[in-house]
Design a protein around this ligand. Structure first.
Ligand code: BGC
Length: 352
């Protein structure tokens, strides 16, 4: 329906940051800031028509500027882990920040979640949408190439958040953009997600090492706790003692999505029996990280004065596979100079 803009706060350098509220005619609303492209809240109805905020986040701008769990943020240049914080392109080795043990996580010390994006409200056939652009300089966080990035957020009339990702580079580089929203369909402040039921459209996942890095093995989910081909409650798998669960300290794995590469396909569906809210995820990307909020423990600056315990929310991050520079049989996250990176992910909310 429309987008409202207001001042959200200022960065330490005094730069203004804005909060945009995307609304549709059914009353759904999504707040997004141009700091990190962060989704601050998602207000959608439950079965009885009651609205609740189903995404985790802070109560103000300041805590988003500190290191944290990446609530709702755009992640780049490379979502998830790069082993030993280095990769090679065209015979040159690039050394990145080791910000997760000896590995690189979510774009480094100051990833796309911590930068100010240039915001613009634009018109599309679906109404007003929020366009965010960012120029990442050659050598930023040690990644090669000047990268022009654009992310368009649209809230549709049928309660879907559409996220379109675009990027172009002047030097061969790596690009793996995602959004790190944490969902709790009972409401962001309602406790944990253990009773949510999840379906993932994938017959295989990428098995991880004790450090949580894909080893290269693409393993069948059938008969294991990683099998979400049909709706399954999340809690029992977490309590199972399965080796992969121990390595990830919970679910923190990439699933290899079924279906055609680069076409928009259903990737996952989440159902909360309490509120009877459902969320479908569609994407053009080859993988999805289901992260069950294993390291959450946030007691301050949470929206509505809430506290987030371990597993207060879960992420469904669409992506190229983690560590995909090392395993050449994984889809390649390399973007060559002159090529266009273009992906779409949709989070659609409904009750049924
Ligand atoms: C990763 C987790 C990590 C978390 C950070 C997720 O995308 O898979 O391993 O701890 O992000 O909040």
């Amino acid at each position: 329906m429309g987008i409202e803009k207001k001042l959200y706060g200022r960065t330490n350098e005094g730069k203004e940051v804005f909060l945009f509220t995307l609304k549709n005619s059914g009353g759904a609303a999504v707040e997004i800031t141009n700091f990190g492209g962060i989704i601050v809240s998602i207000l959608v109805p439950d079965k009885k028509g009651r609205f609740d905020d189903v995404s985790l986040g802070y109560d103000s701008l300041e805590p988003y500027m500190e290191p944290g769990p990446y609530f709702g943020a755009i992640i780049g240049r490379y979502a998830n882990r790069i082993e030993n914080s280095e990769f090679e392109i065209n015979g040159i080795t690039y050394h990145l920040a080791a910000n997760d043990g000896k590995n690189h996580l979510h774009g480094g010390l100051k990833g796309f979640d911590k930068v100010i994006w240039h915001p613009q409200i634009v018109q599309s056939s679906e109404g007003e949408c929020l366009e965010l652009t960012y120029k990442s300089a050659d050598g930023e966080e040690n990644y090669p190439g000047n990268l022009d990035v654009k992310v368009i957020y649209t809230l549709t009339e049928d309660n879907a958040i559409k996220i379109e990702y675009f990027a172009e580079t002047d030097k061969d580089t790596v690009v793996n953009l995602t959004n790190h929203a944490y969902f709790n369909l009972s409401g962001h402040a309602s406790g944990d997600i253990l009773k949510h039921k999840l379906k993932i459209c994938a017959d295989f996942f990428t098995a991880v090492s004790p450090e949580g890095l894909p080893t290269g093995e693409i393993r069948e989910v059938k008969g294991t706790v990683m099998d979400f081909t049909d709706f399954k409650e999340i809690g029992p798998g977490l309590a199972s003692g399965d080796e992969q669960i121990i390595f990830g300290q919970g679910y923190d794995h990439n699933w290899v999505l079924n279906g055609e590469k680069n076409t928009l396909k259903k990737a996952a569906e989440l159902f909360d029996p309490e509120s009877e809210r459902r969320m479908e995820v569609y994407t053009t990307k080859p993988g999805i990280q289901f992260y069950s909020g294993n390291f959450l423990n946030v007691t301050e600056h949470v929206k509505d004065g809430a506290v987030y315990c371990k597993r207060a929310g879960l992420c469904l991050e669409t992506q190229y596979f983690p560590n995909s520079l090392k395993h050449k049989h994984f889809p390649s996250p390399i973007l060559k100079a002159g090529e266009k990176y273009r992906h779409t992910t949709i989070y659609k909310f409904f009750t049924a």
